[in-house]
Write a protein that binds this ligand. Structure first.
Ligand SMILES: *[C@@H]1O[C@H](CO)[C@@H](O)[C@H](O)[C@H]1NC(C)=O
Ligand SMILES: *[C@@H]1O[C@H](CO)[C@@H](O)[C@H](O)[C@H]1NC(C)=O
Ligand SMILES: *[C@@H]1O[C@H](CO)[C@@H](O)[C@H](O)[C@H]1NC(C)=O
Length: 353
C-alpha cells in the first residue's frame, strides 16, 4: 500500500513526464492490436485420429502457406499451392486459404498477378477452430510423406501444419491440370513465337537455368558454378547443336562468366525477363532440353517440369556441390525419374549418373 502511495505521489509530482510515457505505451498497445500478426495455428487441436465412419459433411484442407507468408519466390509458392491442391483431391477435401490470416492475404499478389488461373482455384474462407484439427508435419523440404491417417480423419477443417512440400509426388494426380493452368495465354504465345527468327524455328533449343544472387549469401543454397555450367552446356550442345538460352537472376555475371567462354557465341542468348512466369511460358513453347545448374532451385525445377521433353531435363548432382540442401534432399522425391543427373569429374569431364 505504502509503495503504491509513494508511486502515486511520484507520478503526481512528475506528472507531465509520466503522462507522456503512458500515452506512448497506450499508442503502442493500440498499434499492436490494429496491425495483424501471424496467424496462430497453435490454437488448433492436434488431435488427429482415424474415424472409419465417413461423414458426408463438406470438408476442407489448408496449409499455413509458409512460402507465401514469408515472401518465397514463384517456384516455392507453386510447390506449396499445387501440393495443397493435390492432397485436397487425394483426401476428398476442398483446398482453402484461411481467410483470417491477414498476412497471407496481403501477400497473394504474386500468385494473383502471375498465375491468376492457379490462384483462383483456392478459395478463402474462415475456419472454425472447434471443428478443426491440426496435423503437425515436419519432413525436410524435398521429402514426400503421406500419412494414411489423414484419409480417415473426419474433422471439417484439416490443417497440415508443415512447409515447402517440395515434391512432385504431392501433385502427380493433377499433373495434366497443372500443365494446362500454366499454359501461356494466346497473346503471350504469339509474342513468344515471334521471338524466334524463322530460320531458327526448327533448331534444337537448350535452356539453361542459372541461379546466383541470394543463393550465394543465404548460407543454405549454393549458386551456380561456372566451370560445371560451361562444360555441361558444351556437352549438351555437342549432342544437339542448336541455340542456347541462358536464364538467370544475374545476366551480367552470366555474360561474363558463362557466355563469353562458349565457342559458339552466335548461338547463345542471355535472357533478361522481368517476370518469372514469362520464363516458364518460354520453356513450354521453346525448350527442347533444360539444364538445371543450381540443383536446389525450385524455379529451375519448374523450368524443367514445364519444358517440352521430360526425358531431356538435366540437373547437376547436388552431392557434388556445397549446397546445404543436399543434407535434407530426397532426390527421388524431388527430381522426376525421367530427368537425368549430371556430374563432373576432377578433370572437368561431364558424366551421366
Ligand atoms: C467426398 O466428400 C463428399 C462430401 O463433401 C461426400 O459426399 C462423398 O461421398 C465423398 N467421396 C468419397 C469418395 O469419399
Ligand atoms: C525427348 O528426349 C529424348 C532423350 O534426349 C529423345 O530420345 C527423344 O527423341 C525426345 N523426344 C522428342 C519428342 O523430342
Ligand atoms: C570448379 O570450381 C570450383 C570452385 O570454383 C572448384 O572447387 C572445383 O575444383 C572446380 N572443378 C573443376 C573440375 O575444375
Amino acid at each position: 500500500m505504502r509503495y503504491a502511495k509513494r508511486i502515486f505521489n511520484f507520478i503526481l509530482k512528475n506528472n507531465k513526464f509520466y503522462i507522456v510515457i503512458i500515452v506512448v505505451l497506450l499508442l503502442i498497445v493500440i498499434f499492436q492490436w490494429m496491425v495483424p500478426g501471424y496467424y496462430d495455428y497453435n490454437q488448433i487441436s492436434t488431435l488427429v485420429y482415424c474415424d472409419k465412419n465417413p461423414s458426408d459433411q463438406h470438408r476442407y484442407l489448408l496449409f499455413p502457406m509458409v512460402t507465401i507468408v514469408f515472401d518465397g519466390g514463384l517456384g516455392n509458392q507453386l510447390f506449396e499451392v499445387f501440393s495443397l491442391l493435390g492432397l485436397a483431391l487425394k483426401l476428398n477435401r476442398t483446398a482453402i486459404f484461411n481467410s483470417e490470416d491477414w498476412i497471407l492475404h496481403s501477400k497473394l499478389n504474386l500468385l494473383r498477378e502471375q498465375v491468376p488461373q492457379v490462384a483462383e482455384r483456392v478459395i478463402s474462407i474462415p475456419i472454425e477452430i472447434p471443428e478443426s484439427s491440426r496435423f503437425i508435419y515436419s519432413p525436410a523440404c524435398c521429402h514426400f510423406q503421406f500419412s494414411p491417417l489423414l484419409s480417415c480423419e473426419q474433422s471439417k477443417y484439416l490443417v497440415i501444419d508443415g512447409h515447402y512440400f517440395q515434391s512432385h509426388k504431392y501433385f502427380s494426380s493433377i499433373e495434366t491440370s497443372i500443365r494446362k493452368w500454366l499454359n501461356p495465354p494466346q497473346e503471350e504465345e504469339k509474342l513468344l513465337k515471334k521471338m524466334i527468327r524463322r530460320k531458327d524455328e526448327f533448331r534444337f533449343k537448350i535452356c539453361v537455368h542459372i541461379r546466383r544472387g541470394d543463393f550465394l549469401t543465404d548460407s543454405q543454397h549454393a549458386g551456380t558454378a561456372s566451370n560445371f555450367t560451361i562444360r555441361a552446356v558444351d556437352h549438351l550442345y555437342t549432342q544437339h547443336p542448336g541455340l542456347v538460352y541462358l536464364f538467370s537472376n544475374d545476366p551480367g555475371w552470366v555474360r561474363e562468366k558463362i557466355a563469353a567462354h562458349l565457342d559458339y557465341q552466335s548461338d547463345v542468348k542471355v535472357m533478361e525477363t522481368s517476370e518469372a512466369i514469362k520464363d516458364l511460358y518460354f520453356a513450354q513453347i521453346h525448350c527442347d532440353a533444360v539444364l538445371i545448374t543450381a540443383p536446389s532451385s525450385t524455379f529451375g525445377w519448374w523450368l524443367g517440369y514445364l519444358s517440352k521433353n521430360q526425358s531431356s531435363v538435366y540437373y547437376r548432382d547436388i552431392q557434388e556441390t556445397e549446397d546445404m540442401v543436399k543434407h535434407q534432399m530426397v532426390e527421388e522425391d524431388f527430381f522426376p525419374s525421367t530427368w537425368k543427373k549430371l556430374g563432373m569429374s576432377q578433370n572437368g569431364l561431364i558424366i551421366s549418373k
